[in-house]
Design a protein around this ligand. Structure first.
Ligand SMILES: CC(C)(COP(=O)(O)OP(=O)(O)OC[C@H]1O[C@@H](n2cnc3c(N)ncnc32)[C@H](O)[C@@H]1OP(=O)(O)O)[C@@H](O)C(=O)NCCC(=O)NCCS
Length: 185
């Protein structure tokens, strides 16, 4: 069941906001980035383990499978670096939650040290520019900080032209924003 709870029209559109403390380098992941990506995924999964129930395997790892992102056929990885240090990452896959056209923000993470400095916003813009077209971005129901972050970022990038739904049934449950990214934005 999809319950549409609001449209983003007119919210935070085109406003000017804080300048990056340090401009991050955002780019598609290279083969040499995948060991660090695998480790950052461990940090991410632990960070959200109070919201998303998971257990460590016998090696003490969550063990996210990055094979699809290494293959880079329909799923992709991106990294953000600050002063040459890894600061976050994004994983992108094909849309599947509310539509099959376009892209799904599969995972998205900024290391704690770099939060609230516009690293996430810069990484999100880089990812949308790398994969123009239809987008769906979801947050778990209890992840209120992520919901606030994505409403701000998507509101600006789409100039308020996004819709938001709360999914209570199906393969994925939570809050989902949908919009089209036009690379000329
Ligand atoms: C959510 C997350 C990616 C935000 O990254 P970030 O680099 O701190 O975000 P930014 O500094 O670029 O923030 C962009 C905007 O979102 C807002 N925002 C960011 N974190 C927020 C929070 N915790 N609460 C409310 N608003 C927030 C900022 O205030 C900022 O708005 P402003 O430009 O008007 O100041 C980061 O906190 C994170 O990795 N969290 C853990 C993993 C997670 O939940 N990932 C998302 C899964 S859907």
């Amino acid at each position: 069941m999809v319950e549409k709870i609001q449209s983003g029209q007119g919210m935070e559109a085109g406003t000017q906001h804080g300048v990056n403390q340090v401009e991050p380098e955002c780019r598609g992941a290279r083969a040499s980035d995948f060991p660090a990506l695998q480790r950052m995924l461990e940090l991410y999964q632990h960070d959200i383990s109070d919201l998303y129930d998971q257990d460590l395997d016998e090696r003490g790892e969550y063990g996210y499978d990055l094979t699809r992102h290494v293959d880079a056929v329909d799923s992709f990885a991106h990294v953000a670096l600050v002063d040459g240090h890894y600061a976050g990452f994004a994983l992108v896959g094909p849309a599947f939650v509310t539509q099959t056209d376009g892209w799904w923000m599969e995972q998205f993470f900024v290391l704690r040290k770099y939060r609230r400095g516009q690293v996430g916003a810069a990484l999100a813009r880089h990812v949308f520019q790398s994969h123009p077209g239809a987008w769906e971005v979801g947050q778990m129901p209890g992840n209120l900080p992520a919901q606030a972050f994505w409403r701000k970022v998507i509101g600006r990038i789409s100039e308020g032209r996004y819709t938001e739904s709360r999914l209570t049934e199906g393969r994925w449950k939570g809050v989902v924003q949908r919009f089209r990214f036009d690379p000329t934005n």
